[in-house]
Design a protein around this ligand. Sequence first.
Ligand code: ATP
Ligand code: MG
Length: 353
Amino acid sequence: MNSSFENTSYKPEDLLASIDKLAGNTVVIIGDVMLDEYIFGAVERISPEAPVPVVRIENEEYRLGGAGNVAKNITALGGRASLFGFLGGDGSGERMREMFREHGIEDGCIQECERPTTRKTRVIAQQQQIVRIDRESACVPSADGMNNLLHGVGEALEKCRVLIVSDYGKGLVSGPVMDRLRRIRESMPHELLIIVDPKPENYPAYRGVDLLTPNTKEAGVESTVRLDGGGGDSLSKDVFAAGQRLMGELESRELLITLGAKGMLLFRSPHQAVHIPTAARKVYDVTGAGDTVIAVLGLSLAAGLESLTGCLLANYAAGVVVGQIGATAVLPEHLREAVVSWPEINIRQYLIP
Ligand SMILES: Nc1ncnc2c1ncn2[C@@H]1O[C@H](COP(=O)(O)OP(=O)(O)OP(=O)(O)O)[C@@H](O)[C@H]1O
Ligand SMILES: [Mg+2]
């Protein structure tokens, strides 16, 4: 496949003006909420019971994960986030509700007693992860619980133009749920955009949404590297082919493939894509960058900004989070500082036959 490109540019001062527009806008999020637990400790000996290290706990930390992390990224930038998902009827669920309050997240979550709260525990000693312990239930939420949740989503969307679906494959998102969300979109007197952070096994369910944000693996990209070298920021034909294929299959209006260290590629149609190379200056921890991307993009769209502007802001914000240790959310001043002090990024528009 041949693709031709031209360099495009943006004005940093326009991006700064766009950042000022983010605060105060509302985004509704539905998806899999989870609790990330970090146990930090020291290993001093091997257990006499089995050939495993004994970790003496020094410190414990809890962070919002999954759809909860998306909501946290929105409120950190001054946006309003209404969050809908399922919690278990356990202590982790209560803890999460407390964390929603701390972060100013509007809590539309439902506690289902039969399910545990999805919780991922990482045990870290001497800067190394020793083990991860997952508590989760893959069983489908009750019909009553789902009806109540979707009723709440419908009400919240009456005053909002953007719905983020944060699918971590924990049983909330399904074909029937996406059908209900599309019906809610049709019933609204105003425009409503549905944007999805997808799980590949649910692709058929997302047909006709406005935008999806898969990473390379989720988009089915084999390699982003060009076989002929190509140099610098150049992308493989595979990336363009995957984007065209997905857009054709899903009939989405737009598609954003996040490319890790290579930034992101926004397909504005199957024949036009814009590559935004990464803005990151240093990289410590890439976990949660995908949540930051969809959060900033969603908030930008809620502020009435163009999707390309939203992607540029999301790319700067992701560049900030990957440079922080631990999943801290980006504040408006961090985003402004990045736009002002990092070298301007070279975006390219591709026309794909
Ligand atoms: N190694 C990296 N160097 C620079 N920027 C990065 C790196 N990894 C991620 N990013 C930034 O974060 C964005 C999202 O990253 P990525 O494509 O890895 O998403 P993801 O796999 O969905 O992340 P997550 O781990 O949160 O699921 C990228 O578009 C880029 O802007
Ligand atoms: Mg992701």
